[in-house]
Design a protein around this ligand. Structure first.
Ligand code: 5GP
Length: 190
């Protein structure tokens, strides 16, 4: 069986990566699987352990780093986030195209290790719109919002490290653009 392809999806907090990803996963022809990350962040309302993230304590996360069990990891706004390596490798071996929805520091680590990965950065139509979306979430206090906004500016500045930049003004349009990128990459690899 042909090995699957690694797809990195990045973009600042609030850009709508999760919503675009949901739409992508409805398209069965893309043969996608989601890499569930591990984090020390506390679950937001509605988030489920083992579905959205594996929620762990700091000591457990640090053990995984030491044991070399993470394909990449980063600290983001005070919490650890990382990609469990074995799970991703299993999915790729099964021929799945594996989506890593990760921030920039982690993405750069994966680009080094896997230069063939399809890397996509999602940008908002404007920074003002991004701020409106982050505030609209209303789950975090002002200090965290400010930190996420500052981080977003820095992240957007690295977008040219990615092979593709897609604007998320309209979710379905962004989804279609990404689906086309994925299909073209699959064809090129045949
Ligand atoms: P959030 O707290 O909003 O769920 O995620 C914060 C940031 O961490 C987002 O940009 C998200 O894509 C990123 N992230 C989620 N999982 C991982 C991971 O496994 N590794 C890295 N490096 N970033 C991640």
């Amino acid at each position: 069986m042909q090995k699957g392809m690694l797809i990195i999806l990045s973009g600042p907090s609030g850009v709508g990566k999760g919503t675009v990803r949901e739409q992508l996963f409805k398209d069965e022809s893309l043969n996608l699987a989601y890499s569930i990350s591990m984090t020390t962040r506390k679950p937001r309302p509605g988030e489920r352990d083992g579905v959205d993230y594996f929620f762990v304590e700091e000591t457990e996360f640090e053990e995984k780093i030491k044991e070399g069990k993470l394909l990449e990891w980063a600290k983001f706004v005070g919490n650890y986030y990382g990609t469990p390596k074995d799970y991703v490798e299993q999915l790729l071996a099964q021929g799945k195209n594996v989506v890593l929805e990760i921030e920039v520091q982690g993405a750069l680590q994966v680009m080094e290790k896997c230069p063939d990965a399809t890397t996509i950065f999602i940008v908002p139509p404007s920074f003002e719109e991004l701020e409106r979306r982050i505030r609209g979430r209303r789950t975090e206090d002002e200090a965290i919002v400010q930190e996420r906004l500052a981080k977003a500016r820095k992240e957007i500045a690295t977008k040219d490290e990615y092979k593709y930049v897609v604007e998320n003004d309209d979710v379905m349009l962004a989804k279609e653009q990404i689906a086309t990128i994925i299909k073209n990459h699959c064809t090129n690899q045949d």
